[in-house]
Write a protein that binds this ligand. Structure first.
Ligand code: KIV
Length: 267
């Protein structure tokens, strides 16, 4: 049974009621329409669009304009789902005015909320956005926009000091007015401690079962990318095989003359 409208209140109520939240990424109208008919709670127009939709090796090449175009397309199909749009790399590190302008573009595109990575050095911006009526989702643990600073994609928070720093950042996000926080690629026990300490919901990806909700990249969930299978991904479909089967059947039908038939032709 499809959900009705999801808002940030739904998120906070889910935390109180201990009801798990489901999120997926989405970048286009067609999948947004399908998601609108599903019980999935909310959609993230992730800056992973740069990788999944545009073939770049990292998220660093996402721009505000790229995120605007994907956000507009998703919002047209998403019905009443909460749509969170990612603030791209550095768009919130160029001063308050630039950050507000970037967030404004995404909100004008129809997003219900924005997401940004990390806290240190842009805590004032987070507070300002939240106080300006823009729901903010935080993102700590593995921050993909910092991939070059890490020297690759790797689990975060395994050492005690790093774990404490991630936990502090998550608490700080709540203090600054964030309505939710993504925990990416951290040990499950750490994610559980953070989830228990926060009054706002945690959404995990590679952060184990104790988070208040989970998010996966849509194409990973559907099994579209056979070469990519990190430990935390579970495939809930055989998307690549289904698509290849359809392509093969179409090709054969065209080449044998079975398509188009009379019923697919005009008199
Ligand atoms: O851009 C993205 O897909 C994300 C998720 C991994 C949470 O930020």
């Amino acid at each position: 049974m499809p959900n009705d409208t999801t808002t940030i209140r739904t998120f906070l109520q889910a935390k109180t009621a201990r009801r798990k939240l489901s999120m997926v990424t989405c970048y286009d109208y067609t999948f947004a329409r399908l998601l609108s008919q599903s019980p999935i709670d909310a959609v993230l127009v992730g800056d992973s669009a740069a990788m999944v939709m545009h073939g770049h090796p990292t998220t660093l090449t996402a721009t505000v304009d790229m995120m605007r175009i994907h956000t507009e397309a998703v919002v047209r199909g998403a019905g009443g789902k909460l749509v969170v749009a990612d603030m791209p790399f550095l768009s919130y590190r160029k001063g308050l005015t630039a950050a507000v302008e970037a967030a404004h573009v995404l909100m004008r595109a129809g997003a219900t909320a924005i997401k940004l990575e990390g806290v240190d050095g842009h805590d004032d911006t987070i507070r300002h956005l939240a106080q300006s009526g823009i729901p903010v989702m935080g993102h700590v643990g593995l921050q993909p926009q910092s991939v070059h600073a890490y020297g690759g994609y790797r689990i975060q928070g395994r050492q005690n000091e790093a774990a404490q720093s991630i936990a502090r950042a998550a608490c700080r996000l709540e203090e600054l007015g964030a309505f939710s926080v993504v925990l990416e690629c951290i040990p499950a026990a750490l994610a559980g401690e953070i989830t228990a300490a926060l009054g706002i919901p945690t959404i995990g990806i590679g952060a184990g079962p104790h988070c208040d909700g989970q998010i996966l990249v849509l194409q990973d969930l559907l099994g579209m990318n056979v070469e990519f299978k990190p430990k935390f991904v579970r495939r809930f479909g055989s998307g690549a095989q289904s698509v290849l089967d359809a392509f093969g059947q179409y090709d054969e039908a065209v080449k044998t003359g079975a398509f188009p038939g009379r019923e697919e032709s005009y008199e």
